[in-house]
Ligand binder design. Sequence first.
Ligand SMILES: [Zn+2]
Length: 152
Amino acid sequence: MSKLHDMGMQDGEHWVAFYCPGCEYGHGIPVTGPRAWQWNESFDIPTITPSILVNRGSSNPVVPVCHSFVRDGKIQFLTDCTHKLAGQTVELPDFDPVDENQRSKSKLPDHLESKFEANVRAYQRRSRFRIIVLLVIAGLAVALALYATFYK
Ligand SMILES: [Zn+2]
């Protein structure tokens, strides 16, 4: 058993997870790729930087806001956490991958959410563009029909 769980490659990024004793579920983060956290590559005495902010602004009301530093195998909870371990530093427990409770049930940590939101916005822009193209085609079809009607 070790403190970090190797989630392997997910969409081209290497992910690891730890069990958060404040939230009582796992937090997964990418450690390679453009949005990666820095990690000392230790599963037993992990250090991860920068801080990990989960559920900023309590966007999911059923889980706490959690803001922490993982350093030397310990987890330091900052005072903006809304769970019972706010302001405390505790030993990171071993991660048991068999325990369903240790799996992440949160959304992605915060700076990943903003990337997700950017994807949603890009999708909405593409949808708007499709609607404009359809309107232009419909307009041309009407113009053509009118032309055919009046210039027979
Ligand atoms: Zn947490």
